[in-house]
Design a protein around this ligand. Structure first.
Ligand code: SF4
Ligand code: ZN
Length: 114
């Protein structure tokens, strides 16, 4: 079970805010949007993947104390959790210009065998 960063009492993992002190734990009041917070060590950006690869354009960079997109640079990123602009393109989209050519080839083959 997680604990509240403000009052240090136990809270549920999906709690939007602390039931004891009302401290916000998720962004925009949505249980699916994590709200990362800086610790006493400094700002979030200094250890964030998107700061290190220079792809973040949030206005609070490089002094973010809270962020919804933070990802620790030392942890691997699962492709499904990447932001949309960094997700790999699926193979069928990468070669989408070849699909009409392939369709014409198949159609030609079918017509030639009739
Ligand atoms: S995603 Fe958030 S924590 Fe990461 S660099 Fe941008 S503002 Fe900073
Ligand atoms: Zn609390």
């Amino acid at each position: 079970m997680a604990s509240c960063p403000q009052c240090d009492r136990p809270v549920r993992e999906d709690a939007v805010s602390c039931p004891h002190c009302r401290y916000p734990l998720k962004a925009f009041g949505h249980p699916g949007i994590p709200l990362h917070r800086a610790t006493d060590d400094g700002f979030l950006c200094s250890s964030c993947t998107y700061h290190h690869d220079d792809t973040c354009n949030f206005p609070q960079r490089p002094y973010a104390e809270t962020c919804t997109l933070y990802h620790n640079v030392e942890e691997a990123i699962a492709p499904e959790t990447l932001p949309p602009w960094k997700r790999p393109t699926p193979w069928y989209r990468r070669y989408r210009l070849l699909w009409p050519v392939l369709g014409l080839l198949v159609l030609s083959f079918v017509l030639a065998t009739l």
